[in-house]
Design a protein around this ligand. Structure first.
Ligand code: FAD
Length: 492
């Protein structure tokens, strides 16, 4: 019997699991995909917004401001990337200037550092701003992170501190059992039945469907809102150093340009409400829209250095705000739902909000005497030359280059596989160590990553998948296929 079952291993489920693992509680997290840090957590702008945008009086505003203030310490404790990039919100018309001044007043009221810059000051700060920009608001506390690295780090730490993680385990049904004074849930999955006294629903885009497994009437509904992006290759002279936001509109923060913690540039996202909750494909219209809009605020984007496109789905709630709290009808069930943007920025503040307002009434919250922190991933590009040389001398696998674009060695890939909750798929390795994230997108290194995974896991290479059983890489060995002894045609 578990005390708390968390459904969903995105940034929200993982931060909650990590925080709860500091206490004497029996925890389990069920995640339907092959890894944590999938879903929306894998496909977003990766910005820690300072909290200047959400409407007054919303949970979004309160948790975004609180989360953003916690982020630097949170990332330092976890040993993950955090870059205080700063941001400019740029206006390109009189109407936008009026909106921008109102957002500036909002930022000041919330004690968020902000400065208005005139045209010259804005262009001096960011020389690649378009000539259309007439006024800007600088938000120096804005930061960028790697969202899936952060989620994975939380999951690693939670697992090191006793939380059980079940991957490829989808919650498909639930029953509340009342046994005298006590009650608990039977959680049906594709991989067995689990028992838990309470459940926290962190199922992202599917949170309303997960709620419906427990409740007849669900208090919220979710619409997928797709956002599409371009990734620009690493450049010797970055196009922008800060996040560049347009002035927001009713559908969101608009098409922005943002550096990433690993030196790329992201352009996007658009915002299109769709029906398909698996609709993460990119579209010609969406990508053209992103390129057309970015030109209004930023110039100098090299069109020949766009190395990838991707899309993410925001879990847009019908109420416009996050929906965090207990179910109205089922005791012991809690929802952390409708977590669209700024969910990432709010993530460090959500666990304590949940504990202080709800969970503390149910459990004594006795802190564990010894909480273990994780060891940061081994990344040669973040080491001093002296440390790098020492590592290579102690273990020659750190001298064997596997990914030539991102300069990732075999040693770093082995570390990604051998860690707690280590990588089991090509994408899992890519998320933890970055091979395949560069301009060849895995064209050269992917077969070598497959070979390393197979050797390390002691399985046949054909069993290695890209991202779980539904994303197979191989149909089988060529030798197993019925090849005829027919003539070989010479095309020379
Ligand atoms: C285009 C875009 C841009 C964004 N930009 C930003 C930004 O710059 N800054 C910011 O603060 N926020 C941003 N966000 C929002 C942020 O990404 C999300 O708020 C955050 O990732 C939500 O995390 P989550 O854990 O709730 O959801 P997810 O990451 O989607 O995780 C939910 C998990 O639940 C699992 N699951 C679902 N159903 C089940 C089931 N039945 N059983 C088991 N597991 C299940 C899923 O597989 C998934 O892994 C953006 C979002 C998008 C889409």
């Amino acid at each position: 019997m578990h005390d708390i079952a968390i459904i969903g291993g995105g940034i929200i489920g993982c931060t909650i699991a990590r925080e709860l693992s500091k206490y004497d509680l029996r925890l389990i997290l069920l995640e339907k995909t092959s890894d944590v840090g999938a879903g929306a957590t894998m496909a977003n702008s990766a910005i820690v917004h300072s909290g200047w945008d959400p409407e007054d009086g919303t949970l979004k505003a309160a948790l975004n401001v609180a989360g953003s203030r916690m982020y630097e310490d949170f990332c330092r404790e976890l040993g993950v990337s955090f870059v205080r990039s700063s941001a400019l919100v740029v206006a390109t018309s009189e109407e936008e200037e009026t909106t921008l001044r109102a957002r500036y007043a909002r930022a000041v009221t919330r004690d968020i550092p902000a400065t208005l810059l005139n045209r010259d000051e804005a262009h001096a700060a960011e020389p690649n701003l378009s000539d259309n920009v007439t006024l800007a608001m600088e938000l120096p506390t804005t930061a960028i992170i790697n969202p899936w690295e952060t989620a994975i780090a939380c999951a690693e730490e939670a697992s090191m501190n006793g939380a059980e993680f079940r991957l490829l385990t989808e919650l498909t049904g639930a029953e509340r059992v009342i046994d005298g004074e006590r009650s608990f849930f039977l959680l049906q999955t594709n991989d067995g039945v689990f028992e838990s006294r309470t459940v926290i629903n962190c199922a992202g885009l599917f949170a309303d469907r997960v709620a419906a497994l427990f409740e007849e009437t669900v208090d919220f509904s979710i619409t997928p809102r797709r956002g599409e992006y371009f990734v620009v290759d690493k450049l010797a002279h970055p196009v922008v150093r800060r996040v560049i936001y347009p002035v927001p509109s009713s559908v969101g923060k608009g098409i922005l340009a943002t550096p990433t913690v690993d030196g790329n540039l992201l352009l996007g996202p658009n915002a299109l409400d769709i029906d398909d909750r698996d609709g993460i494909e990119t579209t010609a219209e969406g990508m053209s829209f992103v390129l057309a809009k970015i030109g209004r605020t930023v110039t100098g984007v090299p069109g020949d250095r766009l190395i990838r496109q991707f899309a993410g789905l925001r879990a847009k709630g019908n109420g416009g705000d996050f929906w965090i709290g207990p179910s109205a009808t089922i005791p012991g069930l809690f929802h952390v739902a409708c977590i669209d943007s700024p969910g990432l920025s709010s993530a460090p503040a959500i666990p304590s909000y949940l504990i202080e307002n709800y969970l503390a009434k149910m459990f004594p919250f006795v802190a564990k005497s010894a909480y273990q922190h994780r060891r940061p991933t081994l990344r040669l590009d973040r080491m001093s030359p002296v440390d790098r040389e020492a590592l290579v001398r102690s273990d020659p696998s750190f001298a064997e280059m596997i990914c030539r674009c991102e300069h990732i060695t075999k040693g770093e890939i082995l570390d990604a596989i051998r860690r707690p909750l280590g990588a089991r798929t090509v994408k899992g390795v890519k998320k933890r160590a970055r091979p395949g994230m560069g301009r060849c997108q895995g064209g050269f290194c992917e077969p070598r990553v497959v070979a390393i995974l197979a050797e390390e896991l002691g399985i046949d290479p054909t069993e290695i998948t890209y991202d779980g059983p539904s994303a197979k890489l191989f149909a089988g060995w060529l030798g197993d296929l019925p090849i005829s002894d027919g003539e070989v045609t010479d095309h020379a």
